[in-house]
Design a protein around this ligand. Structure first.
Ligand SMILES: [Zn+2]
Length: 221
């Protein structure tokens, strides 16, 4: 895979975007990880995924272009903190119609205004430039699930055949300023928020999710 820097974090760390751009591709797919820096289950999975593509242990269909940003929030990932270095929850900072400055707990601080954070701007640049057919954002949660926003219940069900998690259209609490709302509902880019079981070991995560993720690559071909 090739690599480019798509932006810089608050602490000036590069936000890296890996890609395999195929000329014959019918469409692009975007995977994001590490939006919440304490959810290492997601970014470690994606980093291994990139490595196995590089080592030819995993092959990617030539009819797709694949873009992977494993650590959207590098400052948070480095210290395993949910928020970015300004204490902003990046999954509440996107400029959605329902964005609000109201928040119930410090960990959900949405920032001073929508898209105030450089990591959010980098996310928007990726979504706008890549124009993916769908997005999977890798998170973790005590209640694992395949959360889908936009027209992708069919894709969520296919992934569920492999990882045995339940597709859910609603995570169970409001998420204004989230990627699912921004991309999935407002830009009509189907978005899966894959909530991996929090605390699962990297090997268990890999075993449970690899085939589900691989199946997503083929799903719309
Ligand atoms: Zn999360």
């Amino acid at each position: 895979m090739q690599k480019q820097i798509i932006g810089y974090s608050v602490k000036n760390q590069p936000i890296e975007l890996y890609f395999k751009n195929n000329e014959k591709a019918k469409f692009s797919i975007l995977f994001l990880g590490g939006v919440h820096g304490n959810e290492s289950e997601g970014f470690l999975f994606l980093e291994r995924f990139i490595q196995e593509i590089q080592n030819h242990q995993i092959s990617i269909p030539d009819k797709i272009s694949l873009w992977i940003c494993p650590r959207v929030n590098p400052d948070g990932c480095n210290v395993l903190r949910r928020t970015n270095a300004n204490n902003v929850d990046l999954n509440r900072n996107l400029p959605t119609k329902d964005w609000t400055n109201h928040f119930t707990e410090p960990k959900y601080y949405p920032g001073p205004y929508p898209a105030s954070e450089p990591e959010t701007k980098a996310t928007m640049v990726m979504v706008e430039n890549i124009k993916p057919k769908f997005i999977i954002s890798f998170h973790s949660y005590e209640m694992p699930m395949i959360n889908y926003n936009g027209n992708c219940l069919d894709l969520a069900k296919k992934m569920a055949e492999y990882n045995q998690l339940e597709p859910k259209g609603d995570i169970g609490y409001p998420t204004p300023g989230s990627l699912g709302t921004y991309a999935g509902l407002e830009l009509n880019i189907p978005t899966i928020t894959l909530e991996i079981l929090r605390g699962q070991s990297p090997d268990e995560v890999w075993k449970q999710h690899l085939d589900a993720v691989l199946s997503s690559l083929e799903f719309y071909l």
